[in-house]
Design a protein around this ligand. Structure first.
Ligand code: SF4
Length: 412
């Protein structure tokens, strides 16, 4: 949307206080995410009560009336009309304008007014699965993929504009291409991007742990494809996975992880876990936690289950009280901390490439920078303004559960 507005001559400002229009892309994956959207709407309205606030996304789709009542909300646009949202702001915008036609403007924008280094490219939306906790499919509908040539053109335009890393995203990224009759769509897309673009680093976002094409992990022979996979497990209990209608089981997940680790050196594996699903017994939880620990994830995003309207799980019996979910989340977080620390500690003493992305502050040693290794470990270190937005070699000196610290190795 930002690109379309820029191409039509509008400006994207860094501060909402200066904006005429504000677009909020809401999320409904948990009750907290929905509350965050309401809080943000009120906060931005307080900050700038002359700006129109346009709300879209999944929360705007599943609860439009609730959202419209929030103070400051000007319009609520469901996902089905999201593509036309920019035309509500400027009726002259052509939402179908191919990205390469906007490229000169983008180049100007990226070179002049933004310092971003990592681009997120949405290649797919919607999902054909029916996980019983998931409101996303209700809000987004069936899977839809962008055409391969269009994605390749966009990634190349971003590489030409100076971006160093592209992250492919989608609601169910692994299903990319199915709706276009391409059963191995994601494998073919990644291969095409590695062959036909100059993007220095290519990363995949969350990938559901099933329907992964044969030979998929062979793509990592190309070092530009970064060794990080986010595979949402959601539960390590076979019974709960069945209740969730997930298309994975602990043993198939384990086999997938072993295959991936066998092909991808330095693979960093992260996951999502839902705690306190309806009917989750103490024994189910313990099974889930033990399996999760055995997978050696470096990071676990643990969510306390919250019922979402319209989902099958919301009507299941035996919802757990808050205090049990809270206590179980605490136990997951303790395991996550241990795993994170152990994973990061193996890299102390090594030198790895880091893309420095942001400045956290400054002290007598210089700028305090934050960045990521190719396998998505967060690194903190000191550097200069010249290091920012660049990939430099970093000697890693200490580790904790969240990442590492290190020193930039001067280039020869
Ligand atoms: S595969 Fe992912 S997006 Fe699709 S229904 Fe399941 S959780 Fe939701």
């Amino acid at each position: 949307m930002g690109r379309q507005l820029l191409a039509a001559g509008h400006q994207v400002v860094a501060d909402a206080a200066e904006a005429d229009k504000v677009i909020i892309n809401t999320c409904a994956v948990t009750a907290e995410a929905a509350r965050d959207a309401r809080v943000l709407t009120r906060r931005l309205h307080k900050l700038n009560d002359t700006a129109d606030i346009l709300l879209t996304g999944c929360y705007a789709t599943i609860a439009p009336r609730e959202l419209a009542r929030v103070e400051g909300a000007t319009a609520v646009i469901p996902n089905s009309h999201k593509a036309q949202l920019v035309q509500q702001i400027d009726p002259l915008i052509n939402p179908d304008l191919p990205v390469y036609e906007q490229e000169p403007l983008l180049r100007e924008f990226h070179a002049g007014t933004t310092s971003r280094t990592r681009a997120f490219i949405k290649v797919q939306d919607g999902c054909d699965n029916k996980c019983t906790f998931c409101v996303t499919t209700i809000a987004r509908g069936a899977g839809q993929s962008r055409h391969l040539g269009n994605v390749v053109a966009e990634v190349q335009a971003l590489a030409s504009a100076g971006y160093l890393e592209a992250v492919l995203t989608g609601v169910h990224l692994g299903s990319y291409g199915r709706d276009l009759g391409q059963p191995h769509g994601l494998r073919d897309l990644v291969a095409a991007l590695l062959t036909h673009t100059d993007m220095p680093r290519l990363r995949l976002s969350s990938l559901e742990p099933w329907e992964i094409a044969d030979g998929f992990f062979g793509l990592w022979e190309n070092p530009r494809l970064l060794p990080h996979l986010h595979l949402p497990l959601q539960s390590g209990s076979e019974r709960i996975l069945r209740l969730m209608a997930r298309k994975t089981r602990p043993e198939s997940f384990r086999a997938l992880v072993e295959e991936a680790r066998g092909h991808i050196p330095h693979l960093n594996l992260t996951t999502d876990l839902i705690v306190g699903f309806p009917g989750e017994t103490e024994a189910d939880f313990e099974e889930s936690l033990a399996f999760t620990a055995a997978m050696n994830f470096s990071r676990i995003h643990a969510f306390s289950y919250s019922p979402r309207p319209g989902t099958a799980a919301a009507t299941m019996p035996n919802h757990l009280p808050k205090h049990i979910k809270k206590e179980r989340i605490g136990r997951v977080m303790a395991v996550a901390q241990e795993l994170g620390r152990a994973y990061h500690e193996q890299y102390v003493g090594q030198t790895m490439p880091v893309l420095w992305e942001s400045v956290l502050g400054a002290d007598e040693a210089g700028l305090r920078l934050a960045g990521y290794t190719d396998n998505y470990m967060r690194v903190l270190g000191h550097g200069t303004a010249d290091d920012l937005k660049r990939i430099t070699a970093v000697h890693l000196t200490s580790a904790d559960a969240d990442g590492l610290t290190g020193t930039v190795v001067p280039s020869p």
